[in-house]
Design a protein around this ligand. Structure first.
Ligand SMILES: *Cc1c(COP(=O)(O)O)cnc(C)c1O
Length: 384
């Protein structure tokens, strides 16, 4: 069976872990944590990067940093992972779900403005499949209504937004805050892991305090103060050096990993584009303002029946294709809290989206085989 995902190991992970263990300091905020943070700051122009134990934790830090409290409203896409919403609901926010675009599972930027009320504090966007949202529209709305923007860039490492002026801005460097994930299903992984990107200077100082359990220990270790204590709310958000060392081995190889993943993406695309649309299948569209970082290759089936047939038949042919998010606004937990608006694109992607096997070690001839099986199955379905 070709799995949907298989974590890639570069080969240096255990060496760096051994090195971290050898230094005798394996708690957080050591050498490898700093290397990883510097990598993000230098490579992606992030003002201050803080490694976290997950993207979920980084999102929870965002909610704390933005002082989200009961009564505040936060606009979030319905088509996303639960953590995007949980982080803000844990602080008592009222989540207002937005729909996806018709041409892409990312949030429909044009649907946001009518959701803004005097209680709105933040817009949280998700760069689905590593494809940028229209950040010009988002940042303009944020400054017009004085809102904070959080980019959930869990899929979006090494992907870019191309500005109307022709600049190439790394995703995660544009919103006031942004979060990355190093879960084993993401391009760069440490098993579990994440990172908070702070792009607005005014959040930097407090972010370090929240990160270090509400203490000013980070300043203490830099020698800026001579004792540290409890100065604010916080929690334990920083990973150990064992995790950071593993991550460093991956980050060091990022360009090779990215190149390979883009190759796989393009091979799927060459095999499928022009061959499956006749069966009602839609293939990924990358808007002019976005780049592709080879995070995921997905298809959109003509309806739920065709989608379920494809998933089942692909499995019996030995390749594990999978569906993705289920609209959060109609989830068991949230349905009764939702305001009743229909979010039809989000529901459409919940019912029809398929992700194909995608991982570094997937061989090109396996990509070809998966694509040709898929085409055969579509033909069978059409004539059944
Ligand atoms: C994976 C993912 C997360 C959560 O990441 P963790 O590191 O597992 O906490 C959050 N948001 C999105 C969009 C994701 O894909």
């Amino acid at each position: 069976m070709i799995p949907f995902n298989k974590p890639y190991i570069t080969g240096k992970e255990l060496d760096y872990i051994a090195d971290a263990v050898g230094t005798g300091k394996i708690s957080g905020n050591g050498k490898y944590t700093r290397l990883a943070q510097q990598f993000f700051e230098e490579k992606f122009g992030i003002r201050k990067a803080l490694l976290t134990t997950s993207c979920t934790d980084a999102l929870e830090m965002c909610a704390l940093l933005l002082n989200i409290s009961p009564g505040d409203e936060v606009i979030i896409p319905s088509y996303t992972f639960v953590s995007t919403a949980n982080a803000f609901m844990l602080r008592g926010a009222k989540v207002v779900f937005a729909d996806s675009r018709a041409d892409h599972p990312g949030m429909d930027e044009d649907s946001i403005e009518e959701l803004i009320t005097p209680k709105t504090k933040a817009i949280v966007i998700v760069h689905y499949a590593g494809v940028a949202c229209d950040m010009t529209k988002i940042m303009d709305l944020a400054s017009k209504y004085n809102l904070a923007v959080v980019e959930d860039a869990a899929h979006a490492i090494d992907s870019y937004f191309l500005t109307p002026a022709g600049e190439k801005k790394p995703l995660g460097s544009i919103g006031h805050l942004a979060t990355f994930s190093f879960h084993e299903t993401k391009n760069i992984s440490s098993g579990e892991g994440g990172l908070l990107a702070i792009n607005d200077e005014k959040y930097v100082h407090r972010a370090e305090i929240i990160w270090e359990k509400g203490t000013n220990r980070a300043s203490f270790f830099r020698g800026e103060i001579n004792k540290y204590g409890w100065v604010d709310l916080g929690s334990s958000f920083l990973p150990s050096e064992v995790t950071a060392a593993f991550l460093w081995a991956q980050l060091e190889n990022m360009s090779q990993i990215q190149q390979r993943r883009i190759e796989i993406w393009e091979r799927y695309d060459q095999n499928l584009r022009g061959h499956v649309e006749n069966y009602g299948i839609r293939l990924p569209e990358i808007p002019d303002f976005a780049t592709n970082n080879g995070h995921m290759y997905y298809l959109i089936a003509e309806d739920g029946f065709q989608r379920d047939f494809l998933l089942k038949e692909m499995k019996s042919e030995g390749a594990l294709a999978v569906f993705h998010y289920l609209s959060l606004h109609s989830s068991e937990y949230f349905a009764s809290k939702h305001d009743g608006r229909e979010l039809k694109n989000s529901d459409l992607y919940s019912d029809r989206l398929i992700r194909l096997p995608f991982f570094y070690e997937l061989a090109i001839d396996e990509v070809d085989r998966i694509a040709s099986k898929l085409t055969e199955i579509l033909e069978r379905y059409a004539f059944a």
